[in-house]
Write a protein that binds this ligand. Structure first.
Ligand SMILES: *[C@@H]1O[C@H](CO)[C@@H](O)[C@H](O)[C@H]1NC(C)=O
Ligand SMILES: *[C@@H]1O[C@H](CO)[C@@H](O)[C@H](O)[C@H]1NC(C)=O
Ligand SMILES: *[C@@H]1O[C@H](CO)[C@@H](O)[C@H](O)[C@H]1NC(C)=O
Ligand SMILES: *[C@@H]1O[C@H](CO)[C@@H](O)[C@H](O)[C@H]1NC(C)=O
Ligand SMILES: *[C@@H]1O[C@H](CO)[C@@H](O)[C@H](O)[C@H]1NC(C)=O
Ligand SMILES: *[C@@H]1O[C@H](CO)[C@@H](O)[C@H](O)[C@H]1NC(C)=O
Ligand SMILES: *[C@@H]1O[C@H](CO)[C@@H](O)[C@H](O)[C@H]1NC(C)=O
Length: 296
């Protein structure tokens, strides 16, 4: 009986570990000596979390456009990830639809595969700036996803930055956005600041917002990046979280369990009102990594 109970609890525990989001980390920081230490430390201290790390040397792959010294810096820094079984790397490819030709996109995918064996992504390809409302974008997305898989990149991520029915003026056509889900293994469906569009009242409820707008797509196919998060003055004031300090951050982070496959959180500010500040590690990085690890 107690063995059965233990087994049951173990299964329950495994099930909840599976549902906890991975970390999606857009690592757009230049790998000067020591610059990537925070992510190595986060990997070493949070072994229950898978880190999906997007490598982006040049608004795209390391290729002939990158100087030898820069290439060597990337090879040295990326090679360190081999030490961490919980690290997966993703090659950044800009689609910039409809302004980029398939041939250029395909060349970037090939660069990730063939330019430097030391830099071959172990996770897959991260396609940025995916425009899902252009008339010809859908078959292009299908093409590049198919091409990536032919290069044996099995995990294909699209970043449209918004999901169906989100009040984002860039993507008013909800039907075409939802079709793009078929081509990607995962889609980054919320890339926005804390409380965007939903107002301060539901700022701490981005996960509810995503869930209400997922159009039935499985959470394992969804990702979120939320930035401009508040500091401790707000987090310590929100109760109901798991941690002794930053209770609200804990509550917020855990609310994504079973809602997205992977998550990026940042307390850094906007750049020109668009996108996150990916030039530095968020101040709160270790805190939310620990929460996702279940050790906060
Ligand atoms: C854990 O993080 C600390 C810095 O906070 C670092 O010094 C240490 O090496 C990390 N541990 C592992 C196993 O990576
Ligand atoms: C795409 O390719 C076409 C035909 O080769 C060319 O005319 C056009 O300038 C290219 N567009 C871009 C943005 O490179
Ligand atoms: C992909 O993997 C398969 C099976 O390992 C292999 O036969 C094939 O050559 C690989 N293709 C590429 C483009 O690496
Ligand atoms: C969270 O947001 C969803 C969707 O907007 C809503 O249905 C739900 O009531 C909200 N929950 C809380 C606790 O605010
Ligand atoms: C803390 O919570 C109280 C009560 O909800 C609110 O009036 C106050 O503005 C909050 N302070 C901060 C810093 O969020
Ligand atoms: C967050 O806090 C609210 C209010 O106390 C609580 O109902 C909810 O269960 C908490 N959620 C998590 C994931 O901790
Ligand atoms: C983004 O981060 C960099 C590096 O920390 C910093 O210099 C810059 O001021 C930040 N920009 C914004 C808008 O927060």
């Amino acid at each position: 009986m107690s063995q059965l109970l233990t087994l049951f609890l173990l299964v329950l525990q495994l099930a909840s570990v599976e549902a906890r989001p991975s970390i999606l980390f857009p690592l757009y920081i230049y790998p000067s000596p020591g610059a990537w230490n925070p992510i190595y430390w986060a990997l070493g201290n949070n072994t229950a979390v898978t880190f999906k790390i997007v490598i982006n040397p040049n608004s795209g792959p390391a290729n002939a456009k990158l100087g030898a010294a820069d290439l060597a810096s990337y090879v040295a820094a990326v090679s360190v990830f081999k030490k961490y079984p919980n690290a997966l790397t993703y090659g950044y490819v800009d689609t910039n639809y409809p302004n980029r030709n398939d041939s250029d996109i395909v060349a970037d995918i090939d660069s990730w595969k063939y330019y430097s064996s030391d830099l071959i992504p172990t996770g897959g390809i991260f396609f940025d700036d995916v425009h899902t409302t252009e008339a010809n974008a859908l078959w292009q997305l299908n093409n590049v996803a198919t091409y990536a898989r032919a290069d044996n990149f099995t995990d294909v991520i699209f970043n449209p930055g918004a999901a169906p029915a989100f009040p984002d003026p860039r993507y008013p056509n909800t039907q075409t956005v939802s079709l793009s889900y078929q081509y990607a293994d995962r889609s980054l469906v919320y890339e926005n600041f804390w409380g965007a569009a939903s107002g301060p009242a539901v700022a701490s409820n981005v996960s509810g917002f995503i869930k209400a707008n997922n159009h039935g797509v499985a959470y394992t196919k969804l990702q979120a990046a939320v930035y401009q998060l508040p500091g401790d003055a707000v987090w310590n004031n929100i109760t109901g979280g798991c941690a002794k300090t930053k209770s609200g951050l804990c509550n917020f982070t855990n609310s994504f369990t079973g809602v997205v496959d992977s998550l990026y959180l940042s307390d850094l500010a906007y750049i020109n009102g668009v996108g996150g500040n990916y030039s530095a590690f968020p101040n709160n990085f270790m805190a939310w990594a620990k929460i996702l690890n279940g050790t906060a």
